[in-house]
Design a protein around this ligand. Structure first.
Ligand code: COA
Length: 183
């Protein structure tokens, strides 16, 4: 199993297939229509330019993916990024999510990101366990912030300090998305 940067053209179709059930059948994703392969190709390309999009590659099969993207648009938020991870059902519970996040979070640190944020529709014990295992702490729950799959949904927000050693008064360097895995 190799964790590598996603190739927009090569990996988008497999990522859409992993993502599809969470759009159609569940409230894990708040999307209500499945993105086309072209839309997902553009999403991978865009996030790769500004943040990071990784896949777990098992001999040419995409076992899962994880990415970071903007948390909020206003400029002072640019050291914070929202992260997300999806693993194909066949590969779940085998450490793939953890490997994806370990690589993603290390890359975000190298890029100069300060805080990783995740929103998890409740309940989702697997996702909560993965995030807590990676050091995230739950900071709160937004109640009834989405209506999906026939019910109002609560979303827990979790955060991870990627650089606790930073001097809180020092000016941070600009985040650098061009830093790649292994640099
Ligand atoms: C959440 C998800 C990404 C976890 O990936 P995974 O590869 O199955 O998880 P891992 O095998 O790497 O396990 C990571 C940790 O979570 C725990 N975990 C995994 N599945 C679990 C489950 N069903 N219930 C409780 N804990 C679970 C593991 O024990 C492990 O904990 P540890 O590090 O303390 O030993 C995966 O279940 C998934 O794709 N779920 C559907 C999509 C989703 O919910 N994505 C997150 C959106 S916020």
């Amino acid at each position: 199993m190799q964790i590598r940067h996603a190739d927009p053209d090569r990996d988008a179709a497999a990522c859409v297939e992993i993502y599809r059930p969470f759009v159609i059948d569940s409230a894990v994703s708040f999307d209500i229509s499945v993105p086309s392969v072209a839309e997902f190709t553009a999403k991978i390309a865009q996030l790769s330019q500004t943040h990071a999009f990784l896949v777990a590659d098992d001999g040419g099969t995409v076992a899962g993916y994880a990415y970071s993207g903007p948390y909020r648009e206003r400029a002072a938020y640019r050291w914070s990024a929202e992260v997300s991870v999806y693993v194909h059902p066949v590969y779940r519970g085998r450490g793939v999510g953890r490997r994806l996040y370990d690589a993603l979070l290390a890359l975000m640190r190298a890029q100069g990101m300060r805080t990783a944020i995740a929103g998890v529709t409740q309940p989702n014990p697997a996702s909560m366990a993965l995030h807590h295992s990676c050091g995230f702490r739950t900071v709160g729950v937004f109640e009834r912030v989405g209506y999906k799959a026939g019910a109002w949904r609560d979303v827990a927000f979790l955060s991870l300090d990627l650089a606790p050693e930073l001097d809180p008064l020092a000016s941070p360097p600009e985040p650098r998305a061009e830093v790649r895995l292994g640099d």
